[in-house]
Design a protein around this ligand. Structure first.
Ligand code: ZN
Length: 500
Protein backbone atom coordinates (compact mmCIF):
# COMPACT_ATOMS: atom_id res chain seq x y z
CA UNK A 1 0.00 0.00 0.00
CA UNK A 2 1.72 3.20 -1.25
CA UNK A 3 0.40 6.34 0.41
CA UNK A 4 1.54 9.87 -0.48
CA UNK A 5 1.65 12.29 2.47
CA UNK A 6 2.07 16.03 2.69
CA UNK A 7 1.16 19.20 4.48
CA UNK A 8 0.34 22.70 3.25
CA UNK A 9 -0.94 24.70 6.15
CA UNK A 10 -1.56 28.35 6.85
CA UNK A 11 -4.43 30.37 8.33
CA UNK A 12 -4.98 33.66 6.54
CA UNK A 13 -6.33 36.90 7.96
CA UNK A 14 -7.65 39.35 5.38
CA UNK A 15 -7.37 42.23 7.87
CA UNK A 16 -3.62 41.78 8.14
CA UNK A 17 -2.30 44.09 5.39
CA UNK A 18 0.92 42.07 5.06
CA UNK A 19 0.99 39.23 2.53
CA UNK A 20 2.40 35.83 3.34
CA UNK A 21 5.54 35.03 1.37
CA UNK A 22 7.66 31.93 1.14
CA UNK A 23 9.93 33.37 3.85
CA UNK A 24 7.09 33.01 6.38
CA UNK A 25 6.85 29.30 5.60
CA UNK A 26 10.63 28.97 5.57
CA UNK A 27 10.85 30.55 9.04
CA UNK A 28 9.29 27.28 10.25
CA UNK A 29 11.28 25.16 7.79
CA UNK A 30 9.84 23.92 4.49
CA UNK A 31 10.72 20.27 3.87
CA UNK A 32 10.71 18.45 0.55
CA UNK A 33 10.58 14.74 -0.25
CA UNK A 34 12.23 12.37 2.21
CA UNK A 35 13.08 15.23 4.60
CA UNK A 36 9.37 15.36 5.47
CA UNK A 37 9.79 12.08 7.36
CA UNK A 38 12.45 13.65 9.57
CA UNK A 39 10.69 16.87 10.58
CA UNK A 40 6.93 16.37 10.75
CA UNK A 41 6.65 17.06 14.50
CA UNK A 42 5.55 14.38 16.97
CA UNK A 43 2.21 15.87 18.04
CA UNK A 44 1.04 17.17 14.66
CA UNK A 45 -1.61 15.74 12.35
CA UNK A 46 1.15 14.64 9.99
CA UNK A 47 2.76 12.84 12.93
CA UNK A 48 -0.52 11.09 13.72
CA UNK A 49 -1.15 10.13 10.09
CA UNK A 50 2.38 8.86 9.51
CA UNK A 51 2.28 6.83 12.74
CA UNK A 52 -1.06 5.27 11.78
CA UNK A 53 0.05 4.49 8.21
CA UNK A 54 3.29 2.90 9.42
CA UNK A 55 1.32 0.67 11.79
CA UNK A 56 -0.55 -0.65 8.76
CA UNK A 57 2.69 -1.29 6.91
CA UNK A 58 2.12 1.44 4.32
CA UNK A 59 4.98 2.53 2.10
CA UNK A 60 5.12 6.30 2.53
CA UNK A 61 5.68 8.68 -0.37
CA UNK A 62 6.55 12.01 1.30
CA UNK A 63 5.76 15.07 -0.82
CA UNK A 64 6.06 18.38 1.02
CA UNK A 65 5.78 19.85 4.50
CA UNK A 66 5.04 23.57 4.58
CA UNK A 67 3.47 25.42 7.48
CA UNK A 68 3.54 29.09 8.28
CA UNK A 69 2.36 31.12 11.21
CA UNK A 70 -1.08 32.63 10.57
CA UNK A 71 -0.67 35.80 8.57
CA UNK A 72 -2.11 37.78 5.67
CA UNK A 73 -3.18 35.93 2.49
CA UNK A 74 -0.48 34.22 0.42
CA UNK A 75 0.97 35.86 -2.64
CA UNK A 76 0.12 33.93 -5.84
CA UNK A 77 3.85 33.20 -6.29
CA UNK A 78 4.18 31.69 -2.81
CA UNK A 79 1.10 29.50 -3.27
CA UNK A 80 2.08 28.44 -6.80
CA UNK A 81 5.54 27.37 -5.62
CA UNK A 82 4.24 25.25 -2.74
CA UNK A 83 1.24 23.79 -4.57
CA UNK A 84 3.39 22.96 -7.63
CA UNK A 85 5.98 21.24 -5.43
CA UNK A 86 3.30 19.10 -3.81
CA UNK A 87 1.51 18.21 -7.05
CA UNK A 88 4.56 17.59 -9.26
CA UNK A 89 6.15 15.38 -6.61
CA UNK A 90 2.90 13.38 -6.55
CA UNK A 91 2.97 13.12 -10.36
CA UNK A 92 6.57 11.90 -10.30
CA UNK A 93 5.76 9.35 -7.59
CA UNK A 94 3.81 7.17 -10.03
CA UNK A 95 0.86 5.08 -8.88
CA UNK A 96 -0.26 5.47 -5.28
CA UNK A 97 -3.09 3.74 -3.43
CA UNK A 98 -4.04 6.77 -1.37
CA UNK A 99 -3.12 10.33 -0.44
CA UNK A 100 -3.15 12.15 2.89
CA UNK A 101 -2.75 15.93 3.09
CA UNK A 102 -2.81 18.07 6.20
CA UNK A 103 -4.33 21.54 5.73
CA UNK A 104 -5.40 24.31 8.05
CA UNK A 105 -8.41 25.00 5.84
CA UNK A 106 -8.54 28.79 6.25
CA UNK A 107 -5.76 29.63 3.82
CA UNK A 108 -6.40 32.35 1.25
CA UNK A 109 -4.38 33.52 -1.72
CA UNK A 110 -4.81 37.04 -3.07
CA UNK A 111 -6.37 35.54 -6.19
CA UNK A 112 -7.91 32.34 -4.78
CA UNK A 113 -10.48 32.15 -1.96
CA UNK A 114 -10.31 28.36 -1.69
CA UNK A 115 -6.71 27.24 -2.22
CA UNK A 116 -7.22 23.97 -0.33
CA UNK A 117 -10.01 23.15 -2.78
CA UNK A 118 -7.65 24.05 -5.63
CA UNK A 119 -4.89 21.78 -4.32
CA UNK A 120 -7.32 18.91 -3.84
CA UNK A 121 -8.72 19.40 -7.33
CA UNK A 122 -5.21 19.15 -8.75
CA UNK A 123 -4.39 16.12 -6.60
CA UNK A 124 -7.62 14.47 -7.72
CA UNK A 125 -6.69 15.15 -11.36
CA UNK A 126 -3.34 13.37 -10.80
CA UNK A 127 -4.61 10.26 -9.00
CA UNK A 128 -7.92 9.88 -10.81
CA UNK A 129 -11.45 9.36 -9.44
CA UNK A 130 -10.89 6.06 -7.62
CA UNK A 131 -7.91 6.69 -5.34
CA UNK A 132 -9.03 7.82 -1.86
CA UNK A 133 -7.74 11.21 -0.69
CA UNK A 134 -7.83 11.90 3.04
CA UNK A 135 -7.45 15.43 4.36
CA UNK A 136 -7.41 16.98 7.80
CA UNK A 137 -8.20 20.49 9.01
CA UNK A 138 -8.10 22.89 11.88
CA UNK A 139 -11.48 23.43 13.53
CA UNK A 140 -11.46 26.96 12.06
CA UNK A 141 -11.36 25.86 8.44
CA UNK A 142 -13.38 27.58 5.74
CA UNK A 143 -15.05 24.42 4.50
CA UNK A 144 -16.14 24.40 0.86
CA UNK A 145 -18.09 22.06 -1.44
CA UNK A 146 -14.98 22.01 -3.71
CA UNK A 147 -12.97 20.46 -0.86
CA UNK A 148 -15.69 17.88 -0.24
CA UNK A 149 -16.07 17.07 -3.95
CA UNK A 150 -12.37 16.30 -4.33
CA UNK A 151 -11.44 14.80 -0.96
CA UNK A 152 -12.74 11.37 0.03
CA UNK A 153 -12.21 11.95 3.75
CA UNK A 154 -12.43 15.22 5.69
CA UNK A 155 -11.43 15.23 9.34
CA UNK A 156 -11.30 18.29 11.61
CA UNK A 157 -9.89 18.91 15.06
CA UNK A 158 -12.31 18.23 17.89
CA UNK A 159 -10.58 20.35 20.52
CA UNK A 160 -10.10 24.06 21.12
CA UNK A 161 -7.59 25.05 22.44
CA UNK A 162 -6.24 22.70 19.81
CA UNK A 163 -4.57 19.67 21.29
CA UNK A 164 -5.62 16.83 19.00
CA UNK A 165 -3.59 17.33 15.85
CA UNK A 166 -2.05 13.87 16.28
CA UNK A 167 -5.42 12.19 16.85
CA UNK A 168 -7.01 14.03 13.92
CA UNK A 169 -4.26 12.96 11.52
CA UNK A 170 -4.39 9.41 12.85
CA UNK A 171 -8.18 9.28 12.39
CA UNK A 172 -7.97 10.58 8.81
CA UNK A 173 -5.26 8.01 8.01
CA UNK A 174 -7.23 5.22 9.65
CA UNK A 175 -10.29 5.94 7.47
CA UNK A 176 -7.96 6.20 4.47
CA UNK A 177 -6.54 2.72 5.12
CA UNK A 178 -10.05 1.29 5.49
CA UNK A 179 -11.09 2.98 2.24
CA UNK A 180 -8.02 1.67 0.37
CA UNK A 181 -8.78 -1.85 1.61
CA UNK A 182 -12.42 -1.54 0.53
CA UNK A 183 -13.69 -1.94 4.10
CA UNK A 184 -15.75 1.27 3.92
CA UNK A 185 -17.34 3.37 1.18
CA UNK A 186 -16.71 6.90 2.47
CA UNK A 187 -19.46 9.42 1.76
CA UNK A 188 -19.25 13.04 2.89
CA UNK A 189 -21.98 15.56 3.55
CA UNK A 190 -21.38 19.27 3.99
CA UNK A 191 -23.87 21.58 5.69
CA UNK A 192 -23.22 25.31 5.63
CA UNK A 193 -24.95 28.22 7.37
CA UNK A 194 -24.63 32.01 7.10
CA UNK A 195 -23.28 32.59 10.60
CA UNK A 196 -19.83 33.74 11.68
CA UNK A 197 -18.76 33.85 15.33
CA UNK A 198 -15.50 34.96 17.00
CA UNK A 199 -13.06 32.28 18.10
CA UNK A 200 -12.43 33.11 21.74
CA UNK A 201 -15.60 31.48 23.11
CA UNK A 202 -15.44 28.36 20.93
CA UNK A 203 -13.71 26.18 23.54
CA UNK A 204 -14.86 22.59 23.26
CA UNK A 205 -14.96 21.67 26.95
CA UNK A 206 -17.77 24.02 28.04
CA UNK A 207 -19.97 26.71 26.52
CA UNK A 208 -21.81 26.82 23.20
CA UNK A 209 -19.35 24.87 21.01
CA UNK A 210 -19.21 22.08 23.60
CA UNK A 211 -23.00 21.67 23.30
CA UNK A 212 -22.61 21.14 19.55
CA UNK A 213 -19.81 18.66 20.08
CA UNK A 214 -21.94 16.63 22.50
CA UNK A 215 -24.41 16.19 19.63
CA UNK A 216 -21.69 15.15 17.18
CA UNK A 217 -19.97 12.79 19.58
CA UNK A 218 -23.25 11.13 20.55
CA UNK A 219 -23.93 10.37 16.87
CA UNK A 220 -20.42 8.99 16.42
CA UNK A 221 -20.73 6.88 19.56
CA UNK A 222 -24.10 5.47 18.40
CA UNK A 223 -22.54 4.54 15.08
CA UNK A 224 -24.85 6.81 13.04
CA UNK A 225 -21.80 8.32 11.35
CA UNK A 226 -18.13 7.38 11.14
CA UNK A 227 -17.14 10.92 11.96
CA UNK A 228 -18.37 14.50 12.18
CA UNK A 229 -16.39 17.73 12.07
CA UNK A 230 -17.78 21.07 13.20
CA UNK A 231 -16.20 24.15 11.62
CA UNK A 232 -17.36 27.39 13.23
CA UNK A 233 -15.25 29.21 10.62
CA UNK A 234 -12.22 31.46 10.82
CA UNK A 235 -13.86 34.80 11.52
CA UNK A 236 -11.03 36.82 9.96
CA UNK A 237 -11.42 35.44 6.46
CA UNK A 238 -13.28 37.82 4.16
CA UNK A 239 -14.48 35.50 1.39
CA UNK A 240 -17.90 34.81 -0.12
CA UNK A 241 -20.02 32.03 1.38
CA UNK A 242 -17.87 31.90 4.49
CA UNK A 243 -19.51 30.73 7.67
CA UNK A 244 -20.45 27.85 9.90
CA UNK A 245 -20.12 24.32 8.48
CA UNK A 246 -20.48 20.70 9.51
CA UNK A 247 -18.93 17.87 7.52
CA UNK A 248 -19.92 14.29 8.22
CA UNK A 249 -18.32 11.06 7.07
CA UNK A 250 -20.44 7.93 6.75
CA UNK A 251 -20.07 4.45 5.33
CA UNK A 252 -22.21 4.98 2.23
CA UNK A 253 -25.01 6.79 4.08
CA UNK A 254 -24.69 10.48 3.25
CA UNK A 255 -28.38 11.11 4.05
CA UNK A 256 -27.89 10.22 7.73
CA UNK A 257 -24.79 12.41 7.82
CA UNK A 258 -26.68 15.30 6.24
CA UNK A 259 -29.44 15.00 8.85
CA UNK A 260 -26.88 15.26 11.64
CA UNK A 261 -25.16 18.24 10.01
CA UNK A 262 -28.46 20.10 9.74
CA UNK A 263 -29.42 19.32 13.33
CA UNK A 264 -26.08 20.66 14.59
CA UNK A 265 -26.40 23.80 12.45
CA UNK A 266 -29.91 24.44 13.78
CA UNK A 267 -28.66 24.12 17.36
CA UNK A 268 -25.73 26.45 16.63
CA UNK A 269 -28.15 29.06 15.32
CA UNK A 270 -30.29 28.80 18.48
CA UNK A 271 -27.31 29.50 20.74
CA UNK A 272 -25.43 31.92 18.44
CA UNK A 273 -25.42 34.81 20.93
CA UNK A 274 -23.57 32.66 23.48
CA UNK A 275 -20.41 32.90 21.34
CA UNK A 276 -20.09 36.63 22.21
CA UNK A 277 -16.93 37.54 24.16
CA UNK A 278 -16.87 39.78 27.24
CA UNK A 279 -13.81 42.03 27.23
CA UNK A 280 -12.71 45.51 28.39
CA UNK A 281 -10.68 48.35 26.79
CA UNK A 282 -6.89 48.51 27.48
CA UNK A 283 -6.90 51.23 30.17
CA UNK A 284 -9.71 49.56 32.10
CA UNK A 285 -7.81 46.27 31.83
CA UNK A 286 -4.72 47.84 33.45
CA UNK A 287 -6.86 49.37 36.19
CA UNK A 288 -8.45 45.99 36.90
CA UNK A 289 -5.07 44.24 36.80
CA UNK A 290 -3.60 46.66 39.34
CA UNK A 291 -6.61 46.17 41.60
CA UNK A 292 -5.63 42.48 41.98
CA UNK A 293 -3.34 42.47 45.02
CA UNK A 294 -0.61 40.37 43.41
CA UNK A 295 0.31 38.55 40.21
CA UNK A 296 0.45 36.81 37.99
CA UNK A 297 -2.31 38.63 36.15
CA UNK A 298 -2.65 37.82 32.46
CA UNK A 299 -3.96 40.36 29.96
CA UNK A 300 -5.03 38.85 26.65
CA UNK A 301 -4.47 41.18 23.70
CA UNK A 302 -7.40 39.88 21.65
CA UNK A 303 -7.05 42.37 18.80
CA UNK A 304 -3.52 41.44 17.75
CA UNK A 305 -3.15 37.68 17.98
CA UNK A 306 -0.52 36.10 15.69
CA UNK A 307 -2.30 32.75 16.03
CA UNK A 308 -5.31 34.41 14.37
CA UNK A 309 -3.22 35.88 11.59
CA UNK A 310 -2.22 39.24 13.00
CA UNK A 311 1.22 40.82 12.98
CA UNK A 312 1.78 41.08 16.75
CA UNK A 313 3.10 44.65 16.46
CA UNK A 314 0.34 46.52 18.27
CA UNK A 315 1.63 48.68 21.12
CA UNK A 316 -1.83 49.27 22.61
CA UNK A 317 -1.16 47.20 25.72
CA UNK A 318 2.40 48.52 26.21
CA UNK A 319 1.09 52.08 25.92
CA UNK A 320 -1.68 51.35 28.44
CA UNK A 321 0.86 49.78 30.82
CA UNK A 322 3.01 52.91 30.64
CA UNK A 323 -0.01 55.19 31.14
CA UNK A 324 -1.02 53.07 34.13
CA UNK A 325 2.45 53.27 35.74
CA UNK A 326 3.23 49.56 35.44
CA UNK A 327 6.86 50.52 34.66
CA UNK A 328 7.10 52.04 38.14
CA UNK A 329 5.92 48.98 40.06
CA UNK A 330 8.31 47.01 42.26
CA UNK A 331 7.52 43.70 40.57
CA UNK A 332 8.36 43.03 36.93
CA UNK A 333 5.79 42.74 34.14
CA UNK A 334 6.20 41.48 30.60
CA UNK A 335 4.78 42.17 27.15
CA UNK A 336 5.78 41.03 23.67
CA UNK A 337 5.82 43.02 20.45
CA UNK A 338 6.99 42.40 16.89
CA UNK A 339 9.27 45.18 15.65
CA UNK A 340 12.18 44.09 13.42
CA UNK A 341 13.81 47.55 13.34
CA UNK A 342 13.91 47.78 17.14
CA UNK A 343 15.40 44.28 17.29
CA UNK A 344 18.19 45.43 14.98
CA UNK A 345 18.79 48.53 17.08
CA UNK A 346 19.07 46.39 20.24
CA UNK A 347 21.50 43.94 18.59
CA UNK A 348 23.65 46.81 17.30
CA UNK A 349 23.70 48.49 20.72
CA UNK A 350 24.41 45.32 22.73
CA UNK A 351 23.43 44.11 26.19
CA UNK A 352 23.55 46.85 28.81
CA UNK A 353 23.03 49.70 26.37
CA UNK A 354 20.33 52.28 27.01
CA UNK A 355 18.22 53.05 23.95
CA UNK A 356 15.44 55.41 23.00
CA UNK A 357 13.35 53.89 20.22
CA UNK A 358 10.01 54.32 18.50
CA UNK A 359 8.26 51.00 18.99
CA UNK A 360 5.14 49.32 17.62
CA UNK A 361 2.72 49.56 14.70
CA UNK A 362 5.62 49.19 12.26
CA UNK A 363 3.80 46.58 10.20
CA UNK A 364 0.23 47.79 10.63
CA UNK A 365 0.29 51.60 10.79
CA UNK A 366 -3.52 51.52 10.93
CA UNK A 367 -3.22 50.20 14.50
CA UNK A 368 -1.82 53.53 15.72
CA UNK A 369 1.46 55.41 16.00
CA UNK A 370 4.75 54.07 17.31
CA UNK A 371 5.48 55.23 20.85
CA UNK A 372 8.83 56.58 22.00
CA UNK A 373 10.31 54.61 24.89
CA UNK A 374 13.66 54.50 26.66
CA UNK A 375 14.92 51.21 28.01
CA UNK A 376 17.95 49.05 28.64
CA UNK A 377 18.81 46.04 26.47
CA UNK A 378 18.97 43.09 28.87
CA UNK A 379 18.93 40.09 26.49
CA UNK A 380 19.79 39.28 22.88
CA UNK A 381 18.59 35.96 21.44
CA UNK A 382 18.28 34.07 18.13
CA UNK A 383 14.54 33.61 18.72
CA UNK A 384 14.49 29.83 18.49
CA UNK A 385 12.44 27.85 20.99
CA UNK A 386 10.62 24.54 21.32
CA UNK A 387 6.86 24.44 21.80
CA UNK A 388 5.82 22.96 25.12
CA UNK A 389 2.08 22.53 24.65
CA UNK A 390 -0.66 21.92 22.14
CA UNK A 391 -0.35 20.51 18.65
CA UNK A 392 3.17 21.81 18.21
CA UNK A 393 4.49 20.38 21.50
CA UNK A 394 8.03 19.20 20.87
CA UNK A 395 8.24 21.06 17.55
CA UNK A 396 10.71 23.88 16.98
CA UNK A 397 9.40 27.44 16.76
CA UNK A 398 11.00 30.72 15.81
CA UNK A 399 10.24 34.38 16.42
CA UNK A 400 13.32 35.48 14.47
CA UNK A 401 16.10 37.42 16.14
CA UNK A 402 14.81 39.06 19.28
CA UNK A 403 15.80 41.16 22.28
CA UNK A 404 14.48 42.18 25.67
CA UNK A 405 14.24 45.91 26.27
CA UNK A 406 13.60 46.76 29.92
CA UNK A 407 11.53 49.89 30.42
CA UNK A 408 11.51 50.42 34.19
CA UNK A 409 9.81 47.30 35.52
CA UNK A 410 8.40 46.25 32.13
CA UNK A 411 10.33 43.64 30.15
CA UNK A 412 9.46 44.10 26.48
CA UNK A 413 10.20 41.03 24.36
CA UNK A 414 10.80 42.46 20.88
CA UNK A 415 10.88 39.94 18.03
CA UNK A 416 11.38 39.94 14.28
CA UNK A 417 8.46 37.66 13.37
CA UNK A 418 5.10 36.88 14.97
CA UNK A 419 4.72 33.31 16.25
CA UNK A 420 1.98 31.12 17.69
CA UNK A 421 1.68 31.28 21.43
CA UNK A 422 0.70 27.97 22.95
CA UNK A 423 2.15 28.68 26.36
CA UNK A 424 4.81 31.16 27.47
CA UNK A 425 7.59 29.46 25.46
CA UNK A 426 8.71 32.72 23.86
CA UNK A 427 9.09 34.51 27.19
CA UNK A 428 10.87 31.54 28.73
CA UNK A 429 13.28 31.31 25.80
CA UNK A 430 14.66 34.73 26.76
CA UNK A 431 14.72 33.99 30.49
CA UNK A 432 11.46 35.68 31.51
CA UNK A 433 9.11 33.99 33.97
CA UNK A 434 5.41 34.85 34.24
CA UNK A 435 5.24 33.39 37.74
CA UNK A 436 7.45 36.24 38.93
CA UNK A 437 5.55 38.91 37.01
CA UNK A 438 2.72 41.12 38.19
CA UNK A 439 1.31 41.44 34.66
CA UNK A 440 1.94 39.28 31.60
CA UNK A 441 0.49 40.08 28.19
CA UNK A 442 -0.52 37.04 26.12
CA UNK A 443 -1.19 37.35 22.40
CA UNK A 444 -3.26 34.20 22.13
CA UNK A 445 -6.98 34.42 21.41
CA UNK A 446 -7.71 31.01 22.87
CA UNK A 447 -4.49 29.21 23.73
CA UNK A 448 -4.11 31.48 26.76
CA UNK A 449 -6.50 29.01 28.38
CA UNK A 450 -3.87 26.26 28.06
CA UNK A 451 -1.00 27.58 30.15
CA UNK A 452 -1.31 31.27 30.91
CA UNK A 453 -4.75 31.11 32.53
CA UNK A 454 -3.95 28.00 34.54
CA UNK A 455 -1.03 29.78 36.20
CA UNK A 456 -2.64 33.23 36.53
CA UNK A 457 -4.43 34.49 39.62
CA UNK A 458 -6.62 36.51 37.30
CA UNK A 459 -7.10 36.73 33.52
CA UNK A 460 -8.53 39.79 31.75
CA UNK A 461 -9.65 39.74 28.11
CA UNK A 462 -8.76 43.03 26.45
CA UNK A 463 -10.82 44.61 23.68
CA UNK A 464 -7.77 45.90 21.84
CA UNK A 465 -7.56 47.11 18.23
CA UNK A 466 -6.36 44.89 15.40
CA UNK A 467 -7.21 42.27 12.78
CA UNK A 468 -8.31 39.69 15.36
CA UNK A 469 -10.77 41.95 17.21
CA UNK A 470 -13.59 39.87 18.67
CA UNK A 471 -16.37 42.29 17.71
CA UNK A 472 -16.71 41.19 14.08
CA UNK A 473 -18.97 44.11 13.20
CA UNK A 474 -15.97 46.43 13.74
CA UNK A 475 -13.86 44.66 11.12
CA UNK A 476 -14.03 45.89 7.50
CA UNK A 477 -15.64 42.82 5.93
CA UNK A 478 -16.44 43.47 2.25
CA UNK A 479 -16.83 40.11 0.53
CA UNK A 480 -18.68 37.84 2.96
CA UNK A 481 -22.03 36.91 1.38
CA UNK A 482 -24.85 38.90 2.95
CA UNK A 483 -26.97 38.54 4.91
CA UNK A 484 -24.76 36.82 7.46
CA UNK A 485 -24.99 36.84 11.25
CA UNK A 486 -23.86 39.03 13.06
CA UNK A 487 -23.70 41.68 10.33
CA UNK A 488 -27.38 41.65 9.38
CA UNK A 489 -30.70 41.16 11.15
CA UNK A 490 -31.78 37.64 10.17
CA UNK A 491 -34.97 35.90 11.29
CA UNK A 492 -34.01 32.44 10.06
CA UNK A 493 -30.65 31.22 8.81
CA UNK A 494 -29.99 29.77 5.38
CA UNK A 495 -28.87 26.17 5.90
CA UNK A 496 -27.65 24.35 2.79
CA UNK A 497 -26.49 20.75 2.59
CA UNK A 498 -24.66 19.00 -0.21
CA UNK A 499 -23.70 15.37 -0.52
CA UNK A 500 -20.97 15.38 -3.16
ZN1 ZN B 1 -7.94 26.96 14.96
Amino acid sequence: MRIAVGQLKQESNHFNPKLCELEHFEANGVLYGDDVLEGFGPNTELGGAIGELRQHGAQLVPLLLARSVSYGPLTPECFAHLADELVTRLERAGDVDGVYISFHGAMAVTDDDDPEGTVLERVRAVVGPDVPIASSYDLHAHMSPKICRNATIVEGYRTYPHDDGFETGARAASFLVRAVRGEITPKLSITRMNMLVPGTNQQTTYGPAALLWFQAKAAIAKGDVLSASIFCGHSKLDVPEHGFAVVTLTDDDAATGAKLGEAIAAKAWDIRDEFAVQCVPPDEAIERALAVDRGPVVLVDLGDVPGGGSTGDSNALLAAMLRGGVDRLKEPSQVSIVDPAVVERCHEAGVGAELTVDIGCSMQPSLGDPISVTGVVTTLHDGRFVYAMGNLAGSPGSMGRCAVLKIGAIHVLVSTYPSYEYADEQYRAVGLDMDRCRITVARAGMNFKLAFQCRARHTILVDSPGPTAVDLTRLPFERVTRPTYPFDPIDAPTIRTETP
